[in-house]
Design a protein. Structure first.
Ligand SMILES: [Zn+2]
Length: 733
């Protein structure tokens, strides 16, 4: 007796299946490929957009299933043709079960049971849903095959090996220049120029068209055909698309990977050329556009196209490389299985796939789930911020589709149930949901978020010494000019005070007269009067000394080394100066400090840090940070700029506006003021050599602090970001 006969049920089903006639779906297509070094066939289920891979013997058997041949007949026919390599009856049954399960073939029985019908209907529903999908509707425009065929003749060399070597050289050069100018590039002033958004959008669109053309061209080059192209709307942004699914039939996986990579390949090449142009030109407008190309061609390309966690180019490259064509679908199946088994407590068999390597599927599934959550949140926020009313409606639709709909389905399954299913563990579900909810809630409200608190900063002179007139007088002469370097004690100006001069003369005469009288009294020996006169002399002498000192002070001298700074020194000559009148200031070149402007939001955190070291980052110092002691924070907010370098219009970090709209024409810094009040703070430069810093160099100061729980900070950040986007849309207002 054969071992299989010991199990009557198995035996029974074997007999049943051996005698049944299988119909292979007629709309499937088969392509010969290589898989892990061995030839194999790719089954393309165009209707369900699925791909399956089978070996040559399996294919040989499958191709015999025409609806009139029984499985037993097919097995024996196959054995006659293939000999030793042929599939045995037991394996043939497994294959047939798999084909029925995946909807590739049907028996009379499975057809009547409606399984196939159901799977067709399901796919049909899915297709219709994709068409009316309001978030990503797709419009096919024309057949680009003829165009690409002629383009291939002209530009086909773009995908040759010498071009690849050139590509490597250009990209390496670009990376070198970008890293050398990293500070300048990330300072962000160009990116936020007001009308650049339009240009950036146009550049991006142009690059996307080039990108899609590259897919089509490379597909043509390897002999595929491109049947349609058109526009797909992603969150109301129209994007071009080219259908290169025919590349799936290429026998080599490296060719398929190349077609998927071709778009990025060309985009990165253009971005690299733009980077080189950017670093070699001084023309503002050329730099601006080169920067746009760089940004659009590298950042968005790497973030979206290269990212394998979304169904873009990166995904197809990865799944091809791993030789797991349904990685994404299998990942979803795996997530569903985990959910059903562990969340609902259903007794489900772990799904297995012909490619094996289940751990790759699991890792991929978890990563892409996280990414999906992130992207959903990001899209909802971006839509809200960018499109206002329409954006909110769009965000609601997206959230309904991606969040509410699946949750609704889950709840229905748990509490109402489906006929074919076991009863899910409702208590387990509720307990797990509650635990998950409570733990998430406590993470969001209890765990503090340690974030970097930042404020815009500028290197400036230490609050400088004012040179004031020590006595009253007319300004007779000025010996220096604004910007002149002076030494301590150097003569700056001379005042004239006639009254003082007269006083001194008078007192000097009085002293002489007094001396004469004292001599006379001493000769007459009138001791009592002599005593009075001596005291008198002392008084005169004291008064004279005061006056002489005042007279000496008519020469105004520098109290320290430094640079003379004054607005209109010359015009003061000849004017009367009261004591304490400011003539000029002397700014000491060696004593620079860091001045920071703190936003209202952070001022309390900075005040708690007074007396401690915080980090200073000055642009143009190669990204190095150094500590500096926070000296004080002025508790009064101000709208005026302590230094013009703070203004966004001058490359600083703080948004500014015209103080008086009618003064818009006069382009003076005087008319600019901050949009929001900021608080002035000073930092001591004790650790860094202040001589290496230039006055007016911008940067920022920062430290780590907790401002509240993760939830508080996240919601606050989002609100602030939305406000910022709105402000930019309103033209910096
Ligand atoms: Zn692409």
């Amino acid at each position: 007796m054969k071992p299989a006969d010991q199990n009557p049920a198995a035996h029974h089903s074997t007999v049943e299946l051996s005698n049944c006639k299988l119909y292979l779906r007629t709309d499937l297509s088969f392509h010969l490929q290589e898989y892990q070094g061995a030839p194999c066939y790719l089954i393309e289920d165009e209707f369900n957009s699925r791909f399956y891979r089978v070996g040559i013997p399996e294919y040989q058997l499958i191709s015999l299933l025409d609806g009139s041949t029984t499985l037993a007949q097919a097995v024996s026919k196959s054995a006659a043709q293939m000999g030793d390599q042929a599939i045995n009856e037991q394996d043939a049954i497994t294959i047939c079960k798999w084909m029925i399960d995946s909807g590739l073939a049907s028996t009379d029985a499975s057809r009547t049971s409606g399984r196939l019908l159901e799977s067709f209907e399901k796919a049909d529903r899915k297709k219709r849903k994709a068409q009316i999908n309001p978030v990503t509707p797709k419009f096919s425009l024309f057949n680009p095959d003829a165009f690409l065929t002629s383009l291939n003749m002209i530009l086909g060399w773009l995908f040759s090996f010498p071009m690849f070597l050139l590509w490597c050289g250009v990209v390496a050069t670009a990376i070198y220049h970008v890293s050398a100018n990293w500070d300048q590039m990330t300072s962000g002033t160009m990116f936020f120029a007001r009308d650049n958004w339009v240009w950036l959008g146009l550049t991006w669109m142009l690059l996307k068209i080039v990108h899609e053309t590259a897919h089509g061209l490379s597909c043509k080059r390897f002999g595929g055909d491109v049947r349609q192209c058109g526009i797909v709307m992603i969150v109301m942004v129209p994007l071009p698309f080219v259908d290169v699914t025919s590349s799936w039939r290429f026998p080599s996986k490296w060719q398929r990977i190349f077609v998927a990579a071709a778009g990025m390949y060309v985009e990165i090449f253009l971005a690299a050329i733009a980077a080189i142009v950017w670093s070699f030109t001084d023309s503002g407008i050329v730099r601006q556009h080169a920067f746009n190309f760089m940004l659009a061609g590298s950042l968005t390309t790497l973030m979206f196209n290269a990212n394998p966690l979304m169904r873009f180019d990166g995904y197809y490259m990865l799944s091809d490389w791993l030789e797991m064509p349904n990685l994404g679908t299998h990942g979803q199946q795996w997530i569903k299985w985990v959910g059903k088994k562990f969340y609902l407590g259903l007794d489900q068999k772990q799904p297995t796939w012909p490619e094996g390597r289940g751990w790759i599927v699991a890792v991929y599934a978890i990563l892409s789930l996280f990414w999906k959550v992130l992207i959903c949140a990001g899209l909802a926020i971006a839509a809200e911020a960018l499109f206002f009313g329409a954006g909110i409606a769009l965000a609601i639709i997206a959230i309904a589709m991606w969040v509410i709909w699946p949750i609704g389905k889950l709840l229905k399954m748990v509490f109402i149930g489906e006929e074919t299913q076991q009863r899910p563990g409702r208590i387990r579900f509720c307990l797990l949901t509650a635990t998950l909810g409570i733990s998430m809630w406590s993470v969001f409200t209890q765990v503090p978020w340690f974030a970097r608190v930042e404020a815009a900063a500028v290197v400036d002179y230490q609050v400088s010494h004012d040179v004031r007139s020590p006595v009253s007088g007319f300004l007779e002469r000025i010996y220096v000019h604004s910007g002149q370097l002076v030494k301590q004690g150097e003569l700056l100006a001379r005042l004239e005070n006639r009254e003082l001069d007269v006083d001194v003369e008078k007192l000097q005469i009085e002293l002489v007269v007094n001396d004469l009288r004292i001599r006379q009294l001493r000769e007459r020996e009138e001791m009592a009067t002599l005593d009075v006169e001596t005291k008198n002399r002392e008084a005169i002498e004291t008064r004279l000394n005061v006056r002489l000192e005042q007279q000496a002070n008519l020469d105004v001298r520098a109290s320290s080394d430094g640079i003379v700074v004054a607005e209109d020194l010359e015009s003061q000559v000849g004017t009367y100066l009261a004591p304490g009148h400011k003539i000029c200031t002397i700014e000491s070149e060696a004593n620079k400090e860091i001045h920071a402007m703190i936003g209202q939001h952070d001022v309390e955190l900075f005040q708690q840090r007074v007396g401690q070291d915080i980090d200073v980052h000055i642009w143009g110092m190669g990204g190095r940070e150094f500590p500096a002691k926070l000296k004080d924070v002025n508790p009064r907010g101000r709208l005026d700029l302590p230094h013009p370098s703070f203004a966004a219009t001058a490359g600083g970090a703080l948004p500014v506006r015209y103080r008086n709209p009618s003064q818009r024409d006069s382009d003076s810094d005087e008319t600019l003021e901050l949009v929001d009040p900021h608080f002035f703070a000073r930092l001591e430069l004790s650790h860094a050599p202040s001589a290496t810093l230039r006055s007016g160099q911008p940067g920022f100061v920062s430290f780590r602090a907790s401002r509240g729980s993760i939830g508080d900070v996240l919601s606050e950040k989002i609100v602030r970001w939305i406000r910022k986007m709105r402000r930019m849309q309103n033209g910096g207002r």
